[in-house]
Design a protein around this ligand. Structure first.
Ligand code: G3H
Ligand code: 13P
Ligand code: ZN
Length: 312
């Protein structure tokens, strides 16, 4: 299966009512673990990188970083039998978005969600025009993902306005939309009970019909927290989006589930465990083995939970 447009993966998921987890990477090892999981579960794969990841991989040069990621991802896509795409996550800087498009990413996110509605429309429209001209699909965001201190669930001005979402999609022709419904990035998402605004999500789906994206969707897997803490980490107070809530969002129209924190936590759990148990190893291919296995396990669990297994 060739390297595909993210839009193709998501439109199929939209029609068939399942979701694909989009996994953030910064290096080869996470990519290897995700690809192995995809092969085993016969799931399509969406790989994404942040602007920071592009800069990191390219030693400060985002275009070089973007090209490195395209080469790595394309090589797996061209030699495997599952659809794989590469997406720019939270593109905010025009230079980074252009670098991703130029390097050959299959989709980009333009995140102007911190701007007033009309400005978000104008900026998103501009990126859509450029990206669509070269066959790259576009994700945008409406509403804001707040930090744990904000009472996100009840904050009308922070969460997406469904009528605005309809207008936004009509005016921008964006391919997929991330509506803020109460999640936040990182490992500390909720102080009390985990709660998302399902009603709002349902309305956004009814009014737009396009594939929807859930950001800040990591579950903060307790098994990984426990292993990491057993070997010295301190993740006290961490809390993610529980699996049953994620499943409900998929029923209501989420098709792309952005996941970074869960993989980072799985990797550090495995790395800490290995290093604790083996004080002599210094070959990175060996001391990263458990870390990669745990990342793969978390990826497989997501593919099964979200319904993307056997959809390749
Ligand atoms: O939403 C952001 C992602 O988790 C990536 O974050 O800027 O640390 O690479 P990053
Ligand atoms: P998490 O921090 O919940 O993994 O969210 C990642 C994300 O939304 C990337 O865009
Ligand atoms: Zn995000």
């Amino acid at each position: 299966m060739p390297y595909v447009n993210t839009k193709d993966i998501l439109e199929k998921a939209n029609k068939e009512y399942y979701a694909i987890a989009a996994f953030n990477i910064n290096n080869l090892e996470f990519l290897q673990a995700i690809v192995e999981a995809g092969i085993e579960k016969r799931s399509p794969i969406i790989i994404e990188t942040s602007e920071g990841a592009m800069k990191y991989a390219g030693l400060g040069d985002p275009l070089r970083g973007a090209r490195i990621f395209v080469k790595m991802v394309r090589e797996f896509a061209d030699t495997l039998n599952i659809p794989i795409s590469l997406h720019l996550d939270h593109g905010k800087d025009f230079k980074y978005i252009m670098a991703a498009i130029k390097a050959g990413y299959s989709s980009v996110m333009i995140d102007a969600s911190d701007k007033p509605f009309e400005e978000n429309v104008r900026i998103t429209k501009d990126i859509v025009r450029i990206a669509h001209a070269v066959g790259v699909s576009v994700e945008a965001e409406l509403g804001k993902l707040a930090g744990i201190e904000d009472n996100v669930f009840s904050a009308e001005n922070v969460l997406v306005n469904p009528d605005e979402a309809k207008k936004f999609v009509e005016e921008t022709s964006v391919d997929f939309l991330a509506p803020a419904i109460g999640t936040s990035h990182g490992a500390f998402k909720f102080k009390g009970e985990a709660k998302l605004d399902f009603e709002r999500l349902k309305k956004v789906k009814e009014l737009t019909g396009i594939p929807l994206v859930l950001h800040g969707a990591s579950s903060v897997v307790q098994e990984m927290v426990d292993i990491a803490e057993k070997y010295g980490a301190d993740f006290g107070g961490s809390k993610g989006v529980p699996s049953d809530i994620l499943k409900e969002t998929v029923k209501l129209g989420i098709n792309k589930v952005n996941t970074d924190t869960d993989l980072r936590m799985a990797f550090i759990a495995g790395l800490r465990e290995f290093l604790h148990n083996d004080s002599k190893e210094f070959d990175p291919r060996k001391y990263m083995k458990t870390a990669k296995e745990y990342v793969k396990k978390v990826v497989i669990d997501r593919m099964e939970l979200l319904g993307s297994a056997e959809k390749a």
